[in-house]
Design a binder for this molecule. Structure first.
Ligand code: ZN
Ligand code: ZN
Length: 60
């Protein structure tokens, strides 16, 4: 069980080592852009675990 801090990007569910850190450049940019209400798209399992197929057409 991870004992860290959540990514500084609110919608993100990833853990980071230090408070205020971002799990990825995506989150850093998203936060800087003010996207605080959208779902995180950092593509990390913690965030993408729910949207398996989503609605992006069918599998390849
Ligand atoms: Zn994320
Ligand atoms: Zn993140």
């Amino acid at each position: 069980m991870p004992t860290g801090f959540h990514c500084a990007y609110p919608p993100c569910r990833c853990y980071v080592d230090k408070p205020g850190e971002y799990c990825s450049a995506h989150c850093r940019q998203a936060k800087a852009a003010g996207d605080a209400d959208t779902q995180c798209h950092c593509h990390h399992p913690a965030c993408t675990g729910r949207a398996e197929e989503d609605q992006d057409g069918s599998a390849d």
